[in-house]
Design a binder for this molecule. Structure first.
Ligand code: GDU
Length: 335
C-alpha cells in the first residue's frame, strides 16, 4: 500500500507524465497512468499500473477511476506541438478540448473534485509584459495555445458550477531527463530544441535549423524559459498537497524566470559536448512567439516551488546522458 493513495495521471506514459508518475511515487502516491499509447510508451510506466484508454472515452476513464479510486487527477494527456497544431487543428481541439471535457465529466460522475491541469505558456501568445505574470492577458497565437486556454476556461466554469477545485500549471519549456536515467524524452519525430541540438552536436542530425535570426530579441533568435522536467514533475506533487490542504484554486507559471535564446542553447551545448553544433538559419516557424519567460514568483509563494535541476548545464547533461543510453555508438559520452 502507498502512504498517500492513488492519483490518476492522464498521459502517464508520455514525457512529462512519466516523470510526474516517478515524482508522485517518490512522494508516496500510487500513480495510475491512463494513456492511449499513441505517443506514450508502455516502458515509461514503471511506478504504478497502466490503464490503456483514450481520454475522449468517458466510460474508460470512469472504469479506471472506479477501479483505483484515486483522490485526484493530474490531467497531462495532450497533443503538444505548436507547429503541428497549425497544420492539424482538428486533432488538437479534439484531444485537448474534448479530451479535457471528458476528463472533467468522468471526474464529476465519480465524485473526484480535485484536478491538476497541464496548461502552457503558449496560452499567453506574445505577451506585453516580461517576465510574464499569471495575470497577463492570454491571447494565444496557435491552435495548441488556444486549445489549452479553452481547457483552462472549461475547468474554471466547472469549478464554479460544480464546486470542484483545481491547480492549473502553465509549463514553460520542458526539457532534460530523469537525472537517474530511468526515463527520457522519447518522441518518435523529435521537434524540440534541446534534444535536437544535442543530436546535431553528435552527428545524429547533420545540422540544426534555427527558426529565424531576425526576431526582436538581443541576438535575433527566439528566447524561451527552459525548465527541467523533473522540476515540473515535482510541482504536481506540491499542487496536489495544496489541494488536499483545502488550498484555493490557482493558475501558476512553472518556469525559472530566466530567458535563453536558441543561440545561447547552441553555445551551451557546444561547450558541454566539446563539439560544434552545425546550424542553418531558416525562416521563422509559424506560431512561435519571439520571447517568453516566466515570472515564477506566484508558484514560489503559494506552493513553495523553486527549481532545482533547471540550470542549462544540468538540463543538457541529463538529456545527453539519456540520448547516449539510446544512441551509444553515436555518442562518446562527454559529461
Ligand atoms: O529545431 C529547432 C527546434 C526549435 N527551435 C526554436 O527553439 C525554441 C524552442 O522550440 P521547441 O520546439 O523546443 O519548444 P516550443 O517553444 O515550440 O514549445 C514548447 O513551448 C510551447 C509554448 O510556447 C508549448 O508549451 C510546447 O508544448 C512546448 O514544447 C523555439 O523558439 C523554436 O523556434 C529551433 O530554432 N530549431
Amino acid at each position: 500500500m502507498t502512504a498517500r493513495g492513488a492519483i490518476l495521471v492522464t498521459g502517464g506514459a508520455g514525457y512529462i507524465g512519466s516523470h510526474t508518475c516517478k515524482q508522485l511515487a517518490m512522494a508516496g502516491y500510487l500513480p495510475v497512468a491512463f494513456d492511449n499509447l499513441a505517443r506514450g510508451h508502455r516502458s515509461a510506466v514503471r511506478w504504478g499500473p497502466l490503464v490503456e484508454g483514450d481520454i475522449r472515452d468517458v466510460a474508460a476513464l470512469e472504469g479506471a477511476i472506479r477501479r483505483y479510486r484515486p483522490d485526484a487527477i493530474c490531467h497531462i494527456a495532450a497533443l503538444a506541438y505548436v507547429g503541428e497544431s497549425v497544420a492539424d487543428p482538428a486533432a488538437y481541439y479534439s484531444n485537448n478540448v474534448l479530451g479535457t471535457l471528458s476528463v472533467l465529466d468522468a471526474a464529476r460522475r465519480t465524485g473526484i473534485d480535485r484536478l491538476v491541469f497541464s496548461s502552457s505558456c503558449a496560452t499567453y501568445g506574445e505577451p506585453d509584459v516580461l517576465p510574464v505574470p499569471e495575470g497577463a492577458e492570454q491571447r494565444p497565437i496557435s491552435p495548441y495555445g488556444r486549445s489549452k486556454l479553452m481547457g483552462e476556461q472549461i475547468i474554471r466554469d466547472y469549478a464554479h458550477a460544480y464546486d470542484s477545485r483545481y491547480v492549473i500549471l502553465r509549463y514553460f519549456n520542458a526539457c532534460g531527463c530523469d537525472p537517474a536515467g530511468e526515463i527520457g524524452e522519447w518522441h518518435s519525430h523529435e521537434t524540440h530544441l534541446v534534444p535536437r541540438v544535442l543530436m546535431a552536436a553528435h552527428g545524429i542530425l547533420a545540422s540544426i535549423e534555427i527558426y529565424g535570426d531576425d526576431h526582436a530579441t538581443p541576438d535575433g533568435t527566439c528566447v524561451r524559459d527552459y525548465i527541467h522536467v523533473t522540476d515540473l514533475a515535482r510541482a504536481h506533487g506540491l499542487a496536489l498537497e495544496h489541494l488536499a490542504r483545502g488550498g484555493e484554486n490557482l493558475a501558476l507559471n512553472l518556469g525559472t524566470g530566466q530567458g535563453l535564446s536558441v543561440q545561447q542553447i547552441l553555445d551551451a551545448a557546444a561547450r558541454q559536448t566539446g563539439n560544434p553544433v552545425p546550424s542553418t538559419i531558416q525562416p521563422r516557424r509559424q506560431g512561435d512567439p519571439p520571447i517568453l519567460y516566466a515570472d515564477p514568483s506566484l508558484a514560489r509563494r503559494t506552493l513553495g516551488f523553486t527549481t532545482q535541476h533547471s540550470d542549462i548545464d544540468t538540463i543538457l547533461g541529463t538529456a545527453l546522458a539519456e540520448l547516449a543510453s539510446r544512441q551509444p555508438k553515436s555518442i562518446v559520452q562527454a559529461t
